[in-house]
Design a protein around this ligand. Sequence first.
Ligand SMILES: *Cc1c(COP(=O)(O)O)cnc(C)c1O
Length: 225
Amino acid sequence: MAANTKAYLEINEQLQSQQVTLVAVSKTKPVSDILELYDLGQRDFGENYVQELAEKQLLLPNDIRWHFIGHLQSNKVKYIAPFVHLIHGVDSYKLLLEIDRQAKKFDRTIHCLLQVHVAQEETKFGFNEMELMAAMEDIHKYKLLNQLQNIQIAGLMGMASLTADTEQVTKEFAYLKMLFDHFTAQPGNDQFRILSMGMSSDYQLAIAEGSTLVRIGSLLFGSRQ
Ligand SMILES: *Cc1c(COP(=O)(O)O)cnc(C)c1O
């Protein structure tokens, strides 16, 4: 196995010129593949599974920024809390409380994205619009009460439907961007600036709709089992 360094260099150049952050999604891939891109300058890597991430983190350079992009269970937060850079898929208040609690233990602030459900599939996690609005209001209230001091809501994350219908995918990304703009426009939300949307199959569409961060796996590392 090996990373596709040619694809990496091309994609990275495009994204840099557009000021979009590239997270290289390395789930199921060996550390040697990660090091290939690391040696070319890549520092943001994404993983989906807690145990796999914790193991790789021990073996790899400390200046890697690890993004947790999978579905995180509250009882596993403690394994990644000491080092994780950004948790993308936060979709419950309970999880947020646990991230805050663990972050406090390690005297850190952990940046989180709230996941929004925009796809047609039932299986994708995330808040709907009403839940998202309510969660943002609640978080704001708790912050005013000096709670949740060890988390920072840094933006939104979403996954579009798995479909060849580009109009549908574009519509879903545009909807996410609209929600994102709603919050960035509010005073006091200057930490809210990351819109994580777009994967190998749809990142060009996502960028066209205003993505600030794309999560790309198979184009860089080949397909997975
Ligand atoms: C696996 C995964 C990706 C990367 O998918 P590719 O299609 O391989 O680019 C991006 N985001 C999430 C949430 C993932 O689980």
